[in-house]
Design a protein. Sequence first.
Length: 267
Amino acid sequence: MSDFFNNKRVWITGASSGIGEALAHAFASQGAHLVLSARNEDALGKVAVKCKELGAGMVSVLRLDLSDHDSIPGIVRNMIASVGKVDILINNGGISQRSLALNTSLDVDKKLMEVNYFGTLAVTKAVLPGMITHQLGHIVTVTSLTGKFGTPYRSAYAASKHALHGFFDSLRAELGDTRIKITLVCPGFIRTNVSINALTGSGDKLGTMDEATDKGMSPERLAYKILAAIERGDEEVYIGGKEVLGVYLKRFFPGYFSRLIRKARVR
């Protein structure tokens, strides 16, 4: 990879573990300046130490709760006053779900939307004016292949990811005359704790690892592919194993795909 990310100021949400942590390490190895956000400050501190060892420039830890929408504009103003600007925003924070739609309380459905959708929008809308002022910036949102097709046990999660696609596709069109880029990243099964931390229908954590997730791509490999997609300026990228084929089956053979996904019942 080139020196494309050297000295770029990158803000990563959900940076305390999993994909976010792997992205932080990847950007650090490329000499980027980092702002790392999540709710767990202790975990963020450990990620920050590793990023400095890997060659990052400035590394800041910024606690952020994506469900506390009213606090986000002030947090962003203070952060930008400190670091100057955000060159690349990585919207990565979020939660998942594992439960049948019929057995999922409406409160859980709302929680997924408040964190994954409205939290991401709040961060984006707070950062966007500065990017417009500088006429430069890249907004990268990590959604999911379930943002392209729904699967069993993930109705609320899929809905929140579908919503992100609708919003950012529209935003990309609105920013067409600017130099601001939008990239949607759609991972498949990635070997993280996403299923362990996923909410059940009652709102409790699932606490177990999905077999498909356990066999998924490493977050480190995913991070490398995401950085490559950002450097290329891709609008949308699908990353994973054979599950990526679902995007094309859904598009070109919808009836067959519907029968296939009903039988899958992947937890």
